[in-house]
Ligand binder design. Structure first.
Ligand code: ADP
Length: 405
């Protein structure tokens, strides 16, 4: 990458940022958190790896972005790349224009927790830095190659044609990066059939054939699919009418329960954090042990299901906080997939150093790799690509105009 790109990921009360340049070691990154409260602060890493902690009492998104940019201005970022969870029908990264911002707004009903926060960040950076090109990179875009038999729900057709009710998929930048990087490490760049398991607080799986997503576990929203930190993943949709009829719950209460009180937290009644659950289970906590078992079993089931989208399986990539760091979860998950010929090496799996990439199978059967994700790097790359394309087409247009004149 020849330019430096500021990557911004705005949540409802936080902003993750990273200044991405040529070398990964030079990356400056951080998190502005508790925005809007007396405790608002920025924590991060500056040039050379030094820690940064800055109190910004009562700062809102705009103030926090201003502070971040002030600190980074002398590094001269040439563009800003925004992570946007839901792009609706947008199929690729786009330069931010009033029309694209409107399309992101239109997709808000599909990502009510995420898109409004992204829009706050986008509007603030557009006001603060009108001269910098800004690009939206969508979590959904990578999955736009899914065939209709993978993305349609078996629901009345008009819900799709008139209301865009379909499966979209998320974590696209991570699945794209990990499958590209992993297939390169495996010596078959963007070739063959791969499964990815992105396991963090939010988790999803993906099937990739020749570099393109052909199916994924998340759907209309990031609730569908595997068990997550606080999200249920797949449940019988009749749970809504059951809870409404029998417990008198309204739709908001049911939605909150499925998104914020379920998953590992709901099952264990203890924590949404996998590390805490592993420790508790080692000390004999049966609910924690069951939560881990359900997580791994349902994850394996999802990977097995997605394999239907692939003509053959060349291998499996683990990523995300859990996938990158927990040999125990990787081993347990693979043990639920005995019919695919995976041959995990206990030694390589247990000895893989935290945060490093590496192959963890015996060399027979489909490959198994751990590939630390780099969503910021991928967003920066796509941002640079869009800016280059726009610049090239503007140059071509002005050359053509000059020729006519
Ligand atoms: P997010 O989706 O918020 O980006 P991360 O990808 O950082 O989340 O993943 C967070 C999850 O990773 C937490 O459940 C955390 O407990 C888990 N995790 C991190 N390190 C380990 C570890 N060594 N063993 C097991 N789980 C881990």
């Amino acid at each position: 990458m020849s330019t430096s790109v500021l990557v911004i990921n705005c949540g409802s009360s936080s902003i993750k940022y990273a200044l991405v340049s040529e070398r990964r070691e030079d990356r400056i990154f951080g998190l502005a958190e508790n925005l809007g409260s007396a405790d608002a602060r920025i924590k991060g890493v500056t040039m050379g790896g030094a820690a940064l902690e800055l109190s910004i009492p009562h700062a809102d998104h705009e103030k926090a972005l201003e502070t971040i940019l002030e600190r980074l201005a002398h590094h001269n970022p040439q563009a800003i790349g925004h992570r946007v969870v839901h792009g609706g029908t947008l199929t690729k990264a786009e330069l931010l224009t009033p029309e694209i911002i409107e399309r992101i707004r239109e997709a808000t009903p599909l990502a009510p927790l995420h898109n409004p926060a992204h829009l706050v960040g986008i509007e603030a950076t557009m006001r603060l830095f009108p001269e910098l090109p800004q690009v939206a990179v969508f979590d959904t875009a990578f999955h736009q190659t899914m065939p209709s038999h993978a993305y349609r729900y078996a629901l009345p057709k008009f819900l799709y044609t008139q209301h865009n009710v379909r499966r979209y998929g998320f974590h696209g930048t991570s699945h794209a990066y990990v499958s590209e990087r992993g297939s390169m490490l495996a010596g078959s760049f963007k070739q063959g059939g791969w499964l990815t398991a992105h396991l963090g607080n939010g988790s999803s799986t993906c099937a990739i054939w020749n570099g393109q997503s052909v199916d994924t576990s998340m759907g209309l929203t990031p609730l569908e699919g595997v068990v997550m930190g606080t999200r249920s993943g797949d449940v019988d949709p009749s749970i809504h009418s059951f809870l409404a009829s029998n417990l008198g719950w309204d739709i908001y209460k049911i939605d909150k329960m499925l998104n914020s009180q379920s998953g590992l937290l709901g099952l264990s009644d203890l924590s949404n954090d996998m590390r805490t659950l592993i420790e508790a289970s080692e000390q004999g906590n049966e609910d924690a042990a069951l939560a881990i078992e359900v997580f791994c079993y349902r994850l394996a089931k999802s990977l097995a299901g997605l394999s239907c989208g692939l003509p053959r399986i060349d291998g499996l990539f683990f990523t995300g906080g859990i996938g990158e760091n927990s040999a125990y979860i990787r081993e347990k998950t693979v043990s639920y997939l005995p019919h695919f010929g995976f041959n995990l090496s206990k030694e390589l799996n247990d000895n893989l150093k935290r945060g490093t990439e590496g192959r963890i199978d015996h060399g027979t059967g489909p490959q198994i790799w751990v590939v630390p994700t780099d969503e910021e790097g991928r967003i920066a790359k796509e941002t640079e690509h869009v800016v280059d394309e726009v610049t090239a087409s503007a140059t071509k247009k002005s050359d053509a105009e000059a020729a006519i004149a």
